[in-house]
Design a protein around this ligand. Structure first.
Ligand code: ATP
Length: 234
């Protein structure tokens, strides 16, 4: 379980997150929703140690992880898939996947490239292709697959659906649900597309200008018309 207690994050004079309390239960999908600039990306960056919290505490399975480095976070079982689908374009799919296994903890049963290919068969078909030849959907599968190679207990996913066809989004979300249900993975999913995120999430957290404005079961948030109109854009 991940717990944030009074987390504040700033960029100079800009307060991107203010006094955020949040819980992401183990083995569930928690969607983080909100408009442009609400602080969703900063939330993931603060959790994974890419951005230092200015105040507050972050605990993962009871351990204070607020000040861990990104390498220590990987070993603690946290994997961050940032927005933008960054891959090394001049390496092949398989070489990019191998990078995901660097620096992982050796204590747990390690995820293999074959395991990732079972989840996303297209990555097997394209294993020797250079990453710059991949479609957007294939790239998204590659960055998620690379994160899974670290054998995480928790996955932080930033806008995986952005710009992808609905069919590809359902395929990727289907794999995420499978990992949660079959392996107990914990997921924090940032999405601007609230309707699609609430359809796969168990719980939702709504951010407005850096503050938590609602946190509840996904079905309850989806049924709240006022909240949807005010914060979720549908
Ligand atoms: N590197 C930065 N320097 C200064 N301000 C920043 C920086 N990154 C984000 N911000 C500001 O912090 C606030 C939160 O931004 P953030 O990117 O976390 O929001 P978001 O909800 O992820 O939005 P988006 O969906 O557009 O990515 C915004 O006001 C944004 O302008």
């Amino acid at each position: 379980m991940l717990e944030l207690d009074g987390v504040t994050s700033r960029y100079g004079p800009v307060t991107a997150l203010q006094d955020v309390d949040l819980v992401a239960e183990a083995g569930r999908i928690t969607a983080v929703l909100g408009a442009n600039g609400a602080g969703k990306t900063t939330l993931l960056r603060t959790i994974s140690g890419l951005h230092r919290a200015d105040a507050g505490t972050i605990r993962f399975d009871g351990r204070d992880i607020t000040r861990l480095s990104t390498d220590q976070m990987t070993r603690a079982g946290m994997a961050h898939v940032p927005e933008g689908r960054g891959v090394i374009t001049e390496l092949t799919v398989k070489e990019n996947l191998r990078l995901g296994a660097l620096g992982r903890s050796t204590h747990r049963d390690a995820v293999s490239i074959d395991d990732v290919v079972d989840l996303f068969p297209i990555l097997g078909d394209r294993s020797n292709a250079l990453a710059h030849t991949l479609s957007g959907g294939e790239r998204q599968m590659l960055v998620i697959g690379r994160a899974l190679l670290a054998t995480p207990k928790m996955l932080l996913l930033d806008e995986p659906s952005l710009g992808l066809a609905p069919r590809i989004v359902s395929q990727i979300f289907g794999v995420i649900r499978q990992l949660v249900h079959e392996q107990g993975l914990t997921v924090l999913l940032v999405e601007q597309n609230a309707r699609s995120a609430l359809s796969i999430a168990d719980v939702g957290v709504v951010l407005g200008l850096g503050k938590v404005v609602a946190q509840d079961d996904a079905a309850i948030l989806a049924a709240d018309e006022n909240l949807r109109h005010a914060y979720l854009g549908y």
